[in-house]
Design a protein around this ligand. Structure first.
Ligand code: DON
Length: 307
């Protein structure tokens, strides 16, 4: 097996010279300002070694990658009863699509599309004021990353608050079916803030590492979730984590992954490692173009595909 640090250095070097880098997200104005000429990657192996290359220390907006962590929290709060309000099937539609909700009684296809993640946030919010729920999500991320430096980028949160009419539409529509328990502004407000969490690749790989280790965090030793729950979250990431690009990602990379429109991807090699990669330019379906390519090369070089 090649040396992991060498592989990461080679990938970072080849990504730096790529001219086709995709397009940064424009529908959230603050994200449109991010320099697309950046690439970072970090890997935390299950024996606790942290590797990084490129811009592995540069913070970025984790956006939809946050959905994995709020899902973990919601399952911890309400267990399998969550599945009465959210499905577990790939949508085959864009991450922000509303079309299936009409025929499917306001029950989103899965917790990783926007509609599903808004329901998940509604669950996390239960019994709290929005400010407390945001604090709880941030504390969860800090404890998983073993790093108090993680913060919410308020300019990004505000930017999304000013433009998030599609997400409010999803929330309103689900509320019409009785599948949102809090006022739309409250739930979407928390959701916008969780998406605006800023982290670097090292922090994100560390935060997601419990999913590679059957639920026990490799650095802190804390049992975050049961091994069964870790397996199930990985299954959802594999089938739904890249929206209508999930099949393509499974085909090319072959491991569970969750993307965000900030250009980050958290990818899990069960039993082996947790990976975070970031490059702001996106492909047509809103997933990091170079991030996906880098993961494809890494999985191939290390023989990490689960198939
Ligand atoms: O709600 C939104 O549209 C964004 N805050 C998050 C979407 C996202 O990251 C989709 N990912 N590829």
């Amino acid at each position: 097996m090649p040396e992991l640090q060498t592989v990461l250095d080679e990938i970072a070097a080849s990504m730096a010279s790529m001219t086709e880098r995709g397009h940064v997200a424009h529908y959230i104005p603050q994200l449109a300002k991010v320099d697309p000429n950046q690439f970072g990657i970090a890997v935390l192996t299950n024996d606790g070694q942290l590797y990084g290359a490129g811009d592995a220390d540069a913070p970025f907006s984790i956006q939809s990658v946050s959905k994995v962590f709020t899902l973990t929290m919601a399952l911890g709060q309400v267990g399998d009863s969550l599945w009465k309000r959210v499905g577990r099937e790939p949508s085959g539609n864009a991450f922000n699509s509303i079309v299936q909700l009409e025929h499917e009684h306001g029950i989103p296809r899965n917790p990783l599309i926007n509609a599903g993640a808004i329901v998940v946030t509604d669950v996390v919010l239960a019994g709290h004021k929005p400010r407390e729920a945001i604090g709880q999500i941030l504390r969860f991320m800090r404890s998983l990353a073993d790093d108090e430096g993680i913060y919410i980028d308020n300019a990004v949160a505000r930017s999304e608050e000013e433009t998030g009419f599609g997400n409010r539409a999803l929330a309103n529509y689900m509320k019409a079916f009785g599948n949102l328990h809090h006022p739309v502004e409250m739930t979407t407000g928390v959701y916008f803030h969780q998406c605006a969490i800023a982290m670097n690749c090292r922090q994100l790989a560390t935060a997601g590492s419990f999913l590679a280790t059957q639920g026990r965090h490799p650095l802190t030793g804390i049992k975050v979730v049961s091994s069964e729950r870790a397996r199930r979250i990985n299954a959802l990431m594999l089938t739904c984590g890249h929206y209508d690009g999930s099949g393509e990602f499974a085909f090319r990379v072959g491991i569970p992954g969750k993307s965000g429109v900030g250009g980050g991807i958290l990818a899990i090699v069960p039993g082996k490692a947790s990976i975070a990669v970031w490059s702001p330019g996106l492909n047509k379906v809103g997933n990091s173009l170079l991030g996906s390519l880098a993961l494809e090369r890494l999985a191939k070089a290390m023989d990490w595909s689960i198939f």
